[in-house]
Design a protein around this ligand. Sequence first.
Ligand SMILES: CC(C)c1ccc(C(=O)O)c(O)c1O
Ligand SMILES: [Fe+2]
Length: 284
Amino acid sequence: MIALYDVCYVRLGTRDLDTAARFATEVLGLEVAERGRQSLHLRSDARAHTLFYGEGDPAAQAVGFEVRRQEELDAAGTVLEALGHAVRRGTGAECAERRVRDFLAFRDPSGNAIELAWRPEQGPGHYRGSRDAGITAFSHVGLCSTDPARDEHFWTEVCNARVSDRIGNAPLLRIGQVHHAIALFPSPRPGIQHVNHQVESGDDVMRSFYLLRERGIPVVFGPGRHPSSSARFLYFEGPDGMVFEYSCGVRLIADELLYRERQFPFANSGFCQWGAAPRIREFQ
Ligand SMILES: CC(C)c1ccc(C(=O)O)c(O)c1O
Ligand SMILES: [Fe+2]
């Protein structure tokens, strides 16, 4: 079983790095860790980076998950290859770009690019957001799944994820105590569906709601409250159509023995307990 320890970074492609940089700093509130001619490393917490933008095809995406021991990479490669997944070890330059010591790349059953990363670096000093969005950490990704039941099996049987709740057939998967690190959602195509950052308080969610409206940034869902994680949330659209989410108050699941996953309806009430309706195609 591949022991994922935490979700550690997201890599996104963008056709316009300058626009992505302005959005990531002025709107999202991330800190620029490093800006290259065709690359941008961004911080959201103590880690060296959690969001990477590379100039190019917006479909050039990946999600990085930390594994704690380098031997896990070899073992994971053997398991994945036996299941028919092509695997590739990162080069020195690729590891440096990811601020990790080693990584293994493969695609999940839906075709999402996944990277298993060893020793992701901590950043220098505290995270200092470019605006006070109240961000406390990068926390989870929504992944498009062409077969949620099949992919749930992959993430929970080949990897160590556990189902915290389901919305329809869509599982919300934890790898630590946080309610979920991955939300799999039905889609005809693979891809990252949204990138979540936790914020300090409900006030931060609402302050951002008004700021986004003022800046003309499309709010596509919320403000609302998820019945699954109990988190208050706000979804909005960034460059290249990527959806970002702020949420606060996500529940932690500490008792693995007692906790039982719940089933929510694939309907507005399953997504929001306040009555918000999503304007996001995968949630409709
Ligand atoms: C609607 C999506 C995918 C969703 C559903 C529930 C939660 C949660 O319980 O926190 C999310 O974060 C989501 O992104
Ligand atoms: Fe989310």
